[in-house]
Design a protein around this ligand. Structure first.
Ligand SMILES: [Zn+2]
Length: 290
């Protein structure tokens, strides 16, 4: 958390900064262990100040702020990775104590862009076009979960003996799905999270692909999920609303909203909580004999 829907919501929320110039790069006074900012601030400032924000993109669970070509410069990008608790904001942050990085802007409706991070595991990195291709190329970050085809999803995972829920979290195979949405996707697809990739049938891969798109797109419509800790907020520091539409996530012992005859169960899979409905997501006999 945040996953693809939350990061995509942040990206869309930044639209007012398009066309603005960077007037200052700020590292606010923060008593906590500093987050990773690269290159060092003096170099960052030299390379970024005066440049225009040309494009807003996303690679997996990262926001990409592309700077326009300026004189001899290449189109560099500022890549912000929220990791566990990071937020990209145009509004006042939840508090000042966890403010990590900022841009002062001019020439547009937004005057400040902030990166706030409670746990401080996130990062802000300025990369050239060449470095971007190396760091975030297809061999490091797989195709986006919203753009991958059903065929490609299956071909990237179907030879694996890994359990499908664990495999969906592999960002090199498919980018953007995290622990929360993996459970939601598999419930909609009717596939047990412990099923092994190499034992899934073609129809099940299609169901997983369709469910991926449906769940992620709906979650974006609701501007992501703000869980009980309240951490995730959109760019205007408002809560998301998809948590009110979760099918299984964090609903252990509650009735399944689809079949109504089973209750949602929770178990730990690769050190992460998995939620599923034993009625809607049966584990086949071959899977039991492992
Ligand atoms: Zn069910």
């Amino acid at each position: 958390m945040p996953e693809l829907p939350e990061v995509e919501t942040m990206r869309r929320g930044l639209t007012p900064v398009l066309g603005s110039r960077v007037a200052e790069v700020i590292r606010p006074r923060c008593k906590l262990r500093p987050i990773e900012i690269a290159p060092r601030l003096s170099t960052f400032r030299r390379l970024v100040m005066g440049r225009t924000i040309a494009k807003l993109d996303r690679v997996g669970k990262r926001v990409v702020i592309e700077l326009g070509v300026n004189g001899k410069h290449q189109p560099d990008s500022i890549v912000i990775e929220p990791r566990m608790t990071g937020l990209v904001l145009l509004a006042e942050p939840p508090d000042r104590a966890h403010l990590r990085f900022g841009l002062r802007l001019e020439g547009g409706p937004a005057s400040e862009l902030w990166f706030w991070d409670r746990r401080g595991l996130g990062s802000v990195r300025l990369v050239s076009a060449a470095e971007f291709a190396v760091r975030y190329g297809l061999d490091r970050v797989g195709p986006d979960a919203l753009r991958i085809s059903a065929h490609e999803l299956a071909s990237r995972l179907a030879a694996s003996r890994r359990e499908i829920k664990v495999a969906l979290l592999d960002q090199r195979a498919v980018a953007g799905i995290g622990n929360l949405y993996a459970s939601e996707i598999l419930h909609l697809a009717g596939v047990h999270p412990r099923r092994r990739c190499n034992q899934l049938r073609a129809a099940e891969w299609r169901a997983i692909h369709d469910a991926t798109r449906e769940v992620l797109e709906l979650a974006i419509c609701y501007e992501g999920s703000t869980l009980g800790d309240g951490t995730y907020r959109n760019a205007l520091n408002e809560a998301g609303n998809y948590q009110n539409h979760h099918r299984v996530y964090d609903r252990a012992r509650q009735p399944c909203t689809r079949c109504a005859s089973s209750v949602i169960e929770r178990f730990v899979q690769a050190q992460r909580s998995t939620f599923y409905c034993p009625g809607c997501q049966p584990l086949g006999r071959r899977q039991v004999e492992k």
